[in-house]
Design a binder for this molecule. Structure first.
Ligand SMILES: [Zn+2]
Length: 226
């Protein structure tokens, strides 16, 4: 027998990720979720990989595998840690990375569609073929329903270019004291005691002096040939 593990929703803006396990021979199917919060402010820490591994381990355990039963797990990078964990527990020869198709893929997809419909969103029919169109369809829906942004993968770095997601990608601001004029100011980095910090005004004059100086240097370095 073979247990097939697949995911749905990893590339979709809405909701977390559905991870499903399907046993072909018996038709059994179970699924669980990687919560959307792993794709929000902590996305960069890549904790979703550990979470996916935890979810997969729990799901697989529910099937009480036969000693000769194999596990086929999707090649998607969301399972990179999960596959390693499974190989440790069940042995490398029983765990294989595959391209999941057919019934397993269909069932995981249905589970994901159910979850996003529960949010009140009606998915596009061609969701899987037209990824770009799907992305903008979900984004428009979020713009019309800003309260649902808490169910979106707002931590994706590429979203920072869209107005709707700017608040989720705001740079941290630190209080500092200008090294030149002594006024209180705000800077976009953690100020260090041994580093010079300029307020906006002093940075402006500092910068123009510096660029004048580098222009002079530049002229010296490259004398005009006659
Ligand atoms: Zn200053």
């Amino acid at each position: 027998m073979t247990l097939i593990v697949d995911d749905a929703g990893s590339g979709d803006l809405l909701f977390g990720v559905v991870i499903g396990a399907y046993r072909k021979e018996t038709g059994e199917f179970k699924y669980d979720l990687v919560d959307v919060r792993f794709y929000q402010d902590i996305f960069r820490e890549k904790e979703y990989l550990q979470e996916a591994a935890r979810v997969v381990t729990k799901l697989v355990a529910k099937f009480n595998l036969e000693s000769d039963e194999n596990i086929h797990i999707c090649q998607g990078c969301i399972f990179d840690v999960a596959a390693e964990e499974l190989q440790k527990v069940y042995g490398a020869d029983r765990v294989k990375r595959v391209h999941v198709e057919g019934e397993a893929q269909r069932l995981v997809e249905i589970a994901y569609l159910d979850e996003i419909r529960n949010l009140g969103y009606e998915p596009l029919a061609e969701r899987d073929e037209k990824r770009g169109k799907n992305f903008f369809h979900m984004m428009r829906w979020l713009r019309d329903n800003p309260g649902m942004l808490r169910y979106a993968k707002t931590g994706w770095p590429r979203l920072k270019n869209y107005q709707l997601f700017k608040p989720f990608h705001a740079k941290p601001i630190f209080n500092a004291v200008c090294s030149k004029c002594g006024t209180k100011c705000e800077v976009p980095f953690q100020p260090k005691a041994d580093k010079t910090v300029y307020c906006k005004k002093c940075w402006g004059t500092h910068r123009s002096v510096r660029s004048q100086r580098s222009r002079k240097l530049h002229n010296k370095r490259k004398p005009i040939k006659r």
